[in-house]
Design a protein around this ligand. Structure first.
Ligand code: SF4
Ligand code: SF4
Length: 197
């Protein structure tokens, strides 16, 4: 099937978005990209991405916020750092991917029913609540939010794992959850401060 090509105009851009990326730790060199494409060639997953790393960097610095934040690319990135190692301009591509993922979750613009952002958000929520991740709750929540049919087809396996003690359905929690929450809230506050600089 031919790829859909859509002309983009400058007035569709959000210039402040590129400024925001460059104001973040790791995003400082965004505008130094020379579009050589080495990152895309080095990336083991670029074949499956809707925008290769080179294109994503170009869209981000041009201010195509919607395209960037709703792309599959940022969620398919496996954080292998191959692009970062090869980039001749030392652009922190992997860190930029993380920045964009965080922003996409904050703004709720990630691809609907795509498992990776749902998993990332629920993982973070569970750590905040309990200090530990409960696999049963995490997987149940993931399937219910992304793929009901998969949930039904996996129910038998899940029940067997619970019955044989391989998975627990009761969430465990660490001691002093309040301390962990304070740390997580402090990180969140610092990150937000960085965004308003
Ligand atoms: S390798 Fe670096 S300079 Fe080259 S396109 Fe990728 S981000 Fe830009
Ligand atoms: S860090 Fe992400 S974008 Fe970079 S090469 Fe690895 S998978 Fe590709």
């Amino acid at each position: 099937m031919p790829l859909e090509r859509k002309v983009k105009y400058e007035n569709e851009c959000d210039k402040e978005f590129a400024d925001w990326v460059t104001s973040q730790t790791g995003g400082e060199n965004l505008r130094h990209c020379i579009q050589c494409g080495i990152c895309s060639a080095a990336c083991p997953l670029s074949l499956y991405m809707d925008y290769t790393p080179r294109r994503l960097i170009n869209l981000a610095r041009a201010g195509f916020k919607k395209e960037v934040l709703s792309s599959l690319t940022i969620w398919l990135c496996a954080s292998c750092y191959a692009c970062r190692v090869e980039c001749p301009k030392e652009i922190q591509i992997t860190d930029i991917m993380y920045l964009l993922k965080r922003k996409a979750i904050e703004e709720g613009v990630y691809p609907r029913r795509f498992p990776i952002p749902v998993l990332a958000r629920e993982f973070g929520r569970m750590v905040f609540m309990f200090g530990r991740v409960n696999e049963t709750l995490l997987v149940t929540d993931l399937f219910l939010r992304t793929n009901w049919f998969k949930f039904l087809s996996m129910t038998g396996l899940g029940l067997n794992l619970i019955r044989t003690g391989r998975m627990s359905y009761l969430p465990e929690h660490i001691k002093n959850r309040g301390q962990l929450r304070k740390i997580m809230n402090a990180i969140d506050t610092e990150a937000k401060k960085g965004e308003t600089k």
